[in-house]
Design a protein around this ligand. Structure first.
Ligand code: MN
Length: 747
């Protein structure tokens, strides 16, 4: 281990004498940390011993032993700073003791320590409630939740100690924790460059997951140790001699072989254990700041032993993502055995073993600007900066530096769990629909709502980091124009647009076929230009819009057809027809009432509207009393008679209003808004949504809820066939406990 071993203060067993344990911790801190605040650490230690007085670990030891050991890992193996050591001692208090809160920690130890403890608690909560499988997504989630890198390093230290003492748990607990360690925490340690801890976590996890293989590899490693050590001794002695003449200070070590990595190599390279053992490995660490010395040493080694060219890797010129730098080469030693040689400077070695933590040991002028370190978009960039800082810095640490250590990575992303515990990254501000389309276009297309953390939410609900989202779908549901405005991700927008365009194209095609059949059957001759012009005079923007209107049944084909034929009579040239402004009356007089939607009453011929649509202010539904407003550009707007806007209009331009009726054949989905008030109790929203859906699988378009004190008011917009359908939904809603009023809502 690279940390400085401290001489035990007394020969006591840890856990028997708290004061002696504290002395041990303080000695660790003195040996490894810059000017640690011993009062702070002592205070935190006494506090945690007191709070956890009655708690025991699975091993039977007093609970504070765990906290002490985590604090010692933080002091020696990662080494961070005194604040982190204090936070380590306090990290399980809020989690385990209901009568202590972050507030208490803040009151006793200040904001920084409270924030770190809070962060650790948050991370623990997430990994407790979900089964997490993707390390990288989890890392991003954690980075977006916590702003202080010490939270993550402390969590790694916590896991390391739990793994070291995993023997005391039950086998199924061991397996779960070991699996999680391998999947999440080892990659985590790797990402932060904590090389040693990564290896240890992997080996420990491997031990519990695959005991047989672990024992067998370990046994063979032990039995061949003597031979290997001898071989290495012989191998390095000529290298050492050469290096002496160059006055380069070096440290050469036979690299420890990690059991898990041996196993991994056996599997991935399909080799036996013997083959893997044959790969000897040494590491040369140079006491120099000059990376060129590494290349000089590489030259010396190559003079003595023949290198295998394809095995040379220069991670000095092109470092790994986590900041790792080193030269790797493989040479042929005595008896033709291959020996891996790694060459690096002390600084590089420090980063390789301690990663981000190595950073804390150095002072850097450039660090006054925190953005120089953590204003970056990616860890990779951060690692580059860290290297720069290390290369251009002195060796005196300043703990205040840590105060400004903030992580601003991934703050614009949120991370959402699927019901299966997988993570999806979405931009800040994303809604359930965005999430639905992120899963699959079909899930998005049929989305009627979502359950977030078990509760039904409206489609325009803003998702929060760490939410668990389950998408509710109905095969009757399809995207509409409103969705396009609602979603914020490109993916969702693109899918919605594609669907709407495809739908429109289909309806146009249907309309076109209807029209062509009609024209053919009646032997009408009109050229494209002529048709286009007639249609324009009827306020259709182009033929496409006309076909579309025919396709969805809002244009009366008989009306248009008769009008065109009339104008085509001899003596009525096309041009004249086209340019003539066709009055609304003339449309009415040539239309007949067999359309599929609404028709006009009060006209002798019972004529139908040529082009109509439904007013958004009152959303009429078949069965409602309706009235039409003649508009230029979009034909007739159909309102409910009870609509406020109509009441205003009636006094002004009576002539533009016309009595309408629903045609018996009118069908399709109509939007209706329902206003509901009642008691704000948990589960209310869920029951409302279920009640709506329970009648004929009614589609919900949106839900908006405002809760004030104990009362809530909600507007639920649904798709219904007619007023009968709507009143059935009312009946269902009335049965819900705590509902005060239900009424049709006008915007
Ligand atoms: Mn813990």
């Amino acid at each position: 281990m690279a940390y400085k071993e401290t001489i035990p203060v007394s020969n006591h067993r840890i856990g028997e004498n708290p004061e002696a344990d504290l002395a041990l911790l303080l000695a660790d801190c003195r040996a490894n940390l810059p000017k640690p605040d011993e009062n702070l650490i002592s205070k935190a230690f006494h506090f945690c011993v007191k709070v956890h007085e009655k708690d025991r670990r699975a091993s039977g030891e007093p609970y504070y032993v765990h906290l002490l050991e985590v604090a010692r890992i933080v002091a020696r193996e990662i080494p961070l700073d005194d604040v982190s050591v204090a936070a380590a001692l306090l990290h399980d208090i809020v989690e385990d003791h209901a009568n202590y809160s972050i507030k208490d920690i803040r009151a006793e130890f200040g904001q920084t320590i409270a924030t770190i403890v809070d962060g650790v608690t948050k991370i623990t909560d997430i990994s407790k409630s979900k089964e997490i499988k993707q390390a990288e997504s989890y890392l991003k989630l954690v980075l977006s939740l916590v702003k202080d890198v010490r939270v993550i390093l402390l969590k790694v230290a916590d896991r390391l100690h739990n793994m070291r003492t995993l023997d005391h748990l039950l086998p199924h607990q061991q397996a779960r924790i070991a699996r999680e360690t391998l999947d999440i925490f080892a990659p985590f340690a790797h990402r932060f460059g904590l090389g040693n801890i990564k290896w240890e976590l992997e080996d420990l996890a491997f031990k519990f997951l695959n005991r047989e293989q672990y024992d067998s590899i370990k046994k063979q490693l032990n039995s061949s140790r003597k031979d290997r050590e001898l071989y290495i001794q012989k191998f390095i002695s000529p290298i050492l001699q050469k290096l002496q003449s160059y006055s380069l200070k070096v440290e050469i070590s036979g690299r420890p072989k990690h059991i898990h990595s041996i196993y991994h190599k056996m599997i991935s390279r399909e080799k036996t254990i013997e083959d893997i053992y044959d790969l000897f490995a040494i590491r040369i660490i140079l006491d120099t700041e000059d990376k060129n010395d590494c290349f000089i040493v590489y030259g010396l080694v190559s003079e003595i032993y023949t290198p295998v060219p394809e095995r040379f890797k220069d991670y000095i010129s092109i470092p790994k993502k986590n900041g790792y730098q080193s030269l790797h080469t493989t040479v042929i030693g005595e008896d033709g055995k291959r020996v891996e040689v790694q060459i690096r400077t002390k600084n590089m070695h420090e980063i390789a073993e301690k990663g981000v933590a190595a950073h804390f040991k150095y002072k850097a002028e450039t660090l006054n600007d925190e953005s120089a370190i953590f204003g970056n978009k990616d860890l990779e960039e951060w690692a580059n900066n860290m290297r720069d800082v290390l290369e251009n810095s002195g060796h005196e640490a300043i703990p205040e530096l840590l105060e400004s250590f903030k992580i601003t990575l991934y703050q614009n992303e949120i991370h959402i769990f699927t019901p299966k515990g997988e993570l999806r990254n979405l931009p800040l501000g994303a809604m359930p629909l965005d999430f639905a389309f992120a899963i699959h276009s079909q899930v998005g297309n049929h989305c009627i709502g979502a359950k977030v953390n078990g509760k039904i939410v409206p489609l325009d609900y803003k998702l929060e980091n760490g939410d668990s989202v389950e998408i509710l779908t109905s095969k009757n549901q399809n995207p509409n124009r409103d969705w396009e405005r609602l979603v914020i991700t490109h993916k969702a927008k693109a899918h919605i647009r594609r669907y709407l365009n495809e739908e429109k194209r289909k309806r146009q095609q249907e309309g076109k076929e209807i029209w062509e059949k009609k024209v053919k059957k009646n032997d009408l001759h009109i050229n494209e230009d002529g048709l286009e012009k007639v249609l324009q005079s009827l306020k259709f923007e182009n033929k496409g819009e006309f076909y579309y209107a025919l396709g969805i049944g809002t244009a009366n084909i008989e009306g248009v057809f008769d009008l065109i034929r009339e104008k085509m009579k001899p003596g009525a040239p096309i041009n004249e027809v086209a340019t003539a402004e066709i009055s609304f009356e003339s449309i009415l007089s040539t239309s007949r009432g067999n359309t599929t939607g609404v028709y006009v009453i009060g006209n002798a011929q019972n004529t139908a509207a040529l082009l109509y649509n439904y007013a958004k202010c009152c959303n009429p539904v078949p069965g409602d009393q309706i009235v039409g407003v003649v508009t230029t550009g979009s034909g007739i707007k159909v309102h409910r008679k009870a609509c406020k806007n109509i009441k205003e209009l009636q006094n002004k331009i009576h002539a533009r209003l016309m009595e309408l009726e629903w045609s018996a054949s009118s069908q399709g989905d109509f939007i209706a808004a329902i206003r509901i008030t009642g008691d704000d109790r948990s589960g209310m929203l869920n029951e409302i949504t279920n009640a709506v859906v329970s009648y004929n699988n009614t589609s919900i378009r949106s839900v908006n809820i405002h809760a004030m004190e104990s009362v809530f008011e909600g507007i639920v917009t649904v798709f219904v066939k007619n007023t009968e359908h709507l009143s059935r939904i009312f009946d269902k809603l009335k049965k819900i406990k705590g509902i005060k009023s239900i009424e049709r809502f006008e915007g």
